[in-house]
Structure formats: structure tokens, C-alpha cells
Design a protein around this ligand. Structure first.
Ligand code: HEC
Length: 313
């Protein structure tokens, strides 16, 4: 406060025109602000600069128009947006759906697709209890070792083991799938444009090719897949499995559950992220008015002062 009132005194000091003593030596021209340099520009340069701006904006618009035209012409059905129960700003994932989705992955997709970034322990507290996951893990045979004789051996899986892979390497996977590599599903929802809408549409979208479209024998027609010919045979159909919780296993139910499971796999922090987001909004809502009040309080001295200029006599 003392410093501020001193400044106030200085500003209102009757003698002398300027606050600071004039610099020694010849008077320097004040540096020109960048804005005023525009006014100092010649007419020709101004015209050139405006033309450049118009050209750049036009180029960006053209690029955007071409981009949309190209994605409209690639003859690929865009998935509709489905009303996922976890779509809302504050909606969590449906955990019984994750549990059923894991069952679908394990009984159907795991025959061809790995999920190498998921360990059994990740399921604990999300879709299964610890005892259930231990039992699930023990069904898997894991190669471990070497033992004291230098031999590798197999043992039942543990909580810390990662999901077993269907093929030892990608060459074996290609050899078993007509040359196509079944992608790892750990992050597939984040890795594909359209996320779960796309995967759901892909799984349920197989149909006969339209007249005139010829598909090679080992491929299958799917309007949602880029190029429409996919190596994966339709993996699910009605009643391909029986859900352990008794949910009717229709094709769309199976696809929905496996997509929810895959969304969780790609984004395990989903529920936590939304809860933190809600807390953050609440705290920010409280703090913003407080900070605004404090800012006005602190600046009131500076903002309400009056600067007067008294020309030297
Ligand atoms: C018989 C083996 C097999 C099974 C079972 C299988 N897939 Fe596939 N999947 C493949 C192959 C092979 C590809 C690669 C297709 C290609 O590139 O043409 C693939 C590709 C995919 C893709 C990627 C499509 C893209 O955009 O690249 C997804 C997603 C997918 N599968 C999901 C699943 C799900 C979910 C299941 C279980 C319900 C499943 N798959 C079951 C063999 C399989």
C-alpha cells in the first residue's frame, strides 16, 4: 500500500511533465509498436499482404472442401452413432456389460485376436472378483522358466499374467487367416475412426454384396470395412454363446457387450476420468467467483486511480 500511494503521489506531482528524468544525450525516438508499423507501410505492400491473406484463407477452404469430397467418395458406409449408455458426460461404463463382453472375447474373439496389453489382474474389481479372476487365470497355460535344469515349463496362469495369445507370432497369425493379420484388440476402439460405433457396425454389418460386386472367395463383404472386403468371417450370430447371467444372447447384444468391454480395455480410466471431471467442474465453479472477487479487490487501487498531466510552466 505504501508503495502504491507513493506512486500516486508521483503521478499527481505538480512539477515536471514526465515521471522519469529525460534520458541523457540526444532524444531517442520511442520504438514503434508493431501495430503502428502497418500504418507506416506503403500502399503496395499493404495490397500484397491482403492478397496473401485472401489466398491463404482460400487455400485452406479449398483443402477442407477437397478433404470432405474425398471422404464422401470412398464408398464406405459411415457407422451411425449409437446411444451407448456410457456416452453421457457423467455416465460410467456398464460393468455387467463389460463382464459379458469379456465372456464374448474369451469364447469367440480370442481364437484369433490377442489382447496383449491386458493382464488378468486388470479385471479384478472391474468385472470380476479376485477369486473369479484367479480361477479364470488358472485355466490358461503359461510358459514359464527356465527351471533349475534350464528347461522351460508350463504352469497355470496367475493374476499377474497377460491374456494368452492365440498365435505365437504375427506370421503364424497371417498363415492361419488367409494372409490377413487379426489386429490386437487392446486399443482397437481408440485405433479406429468411429470407435465402438464402428466396431459394432462392423460386427453386425455383414451382408450379401450388391449385384455386380464380386468378392474373392476367402473374403467377406462388409459395407463398414474400408474397401468392403474383409478377411474376418462374420464372428458372431444369434446364440453363438450362452451368457452366464442369462441375458438373451442375440447378435446385437453380443456385439454391444463386446464393444463395451473393448471400450473399457482401450480406456480403463474412463469412469475415473469422468468422476474427476465432475469434481473439477464443481471446484472450478466454486473458485471462479472467489478468484474474480479477489482480482477486483487487488486491482481496485490501480483501476480507480486518476492520472493527471500537468504541462511544465
Ligand atoms: C476366425 C478368426 C477371427 C475371429 C474369431 C474374430 N476375428 Fe476379428 N479379425 C480377423 C481377421 C483375420 C481380421 C483382419 C481383417 C482384414 O484385415 O481383412 C480381423 C479384424 C478385426 C477388426 C479390425 C477391423 C479393421 O477396421 O481393421 C476388428 C475390430 C475385429 N476383427 C473384431 C473382432 C471381434 C470383436 C471379434 C469377436 C467377436 C472377432 N474380431 C473375432 C479374424 C477374426
Amino acid at each position: 500500500m505504501a508503495a502504491l500511494s507513493a506512486a500516486r503521489y508521483l503521478v499527481l506531482r505538480p512539477r515536471g511533465g514526465s515521471l522519469l528524468p529525460p534520458p541523457p544525450g540526444p532524444r531517442l525516438r520511442p520504438p514503434q509498436a508493431s501495430l503502428s508499423s502497418l500504418s507506416g507501410m506503403s500502399r503496395g505492400r499493404k495490397v500484397a499482404l491482403s492478397a496473401l491473406g485472401v489466398l491463404a484463407a482460400g487455400g485452406a477452404g479449398l483443402a477442407l472442401a477437397l478433404h470432405t469430397a474425398v471422404s464422401a467418395s470412398d464408398l464406405q458406409l459411415h457407422p451411425p452413432s449409437y446411444a451407448w449408455s456410457h456416452n453421457g458426460l457423467l455416465a460410467s461404463l456398464d460393468h455387467s456389460s463389460i463382464r459379458r463382453g469379456y465372456q464374448v472375447y474369451k469364447q469367440v474373439c480370442a481364437a484369433c485376436h490377442s489382447m496383449e496389453y491386458l493382464a488378468f489382474r486388470n479385471l479384478v474389481g472391474v468385472s470380476h472378483t479376485e477369486a473369479e479372476v484367479k480361477a479364470l487365470a488358472e485355466e490358461a497355460e503359461v510358459v514359464d522358466g527356465p527351471d533349475e535344469n534350464g528347461e522351460m515349463f508350463t504352469r497355470p496362469g496367475k493374476l499377474s499374467d497377460y491374456f494368452p495369445k492365440p498365435y505365437p507370432n504375427s506370421e503364424a497369425a497371417r498363415a492361419a487367416n488367409n494372409g490377413a493379420l487379426p489386429p490386437d484388440l487392446s486399443y482397437i476402439i481408440s485405433a479406429r475412426h468411429g470407435g465402438e460405433d464402428y466396431v459394432f457396425s462392423l460386427l453386425t454389418g455383414y451382408c450379401d454384396p450388391p449385384t455386380g460386386v464380386i468378392i474373392r472367395e476367402e473374403l467377406h463383404y462388409n459395407p463398414y470395412f474400408p474397401g468392403q472386403a474383409i478377411t474376418m468371417a462374420p464372428p458372431i450370430y444369434n446364440e453363438i454363446l450362452e451368457f452366464e447371467d442369462g441375458t438373451p444372447a442375440t447378435m446385437s447384444q453380443i456385439a454391444k457387450d463386446v464393444c463395451t468391454f473393448l471400450r473399457w480395455a482401450a480406456e480403463p480410466e474412463h469412469d475415473h476420468r469422468k468422476r474427476m471431471g465432475m469434481k473439477m467442474l464443481m471446484i472450478v465453479g466454486l473458485l471462479t467467483p472467489l478468484i474474480y472477487y479477489l482480482k477486483r479487490h487487488k486491482w481496485s487501487v490501480l483501476k480507480s486511480r486518476k492520472i493527471a498531466y500537468r504541462p511544465p510552466k
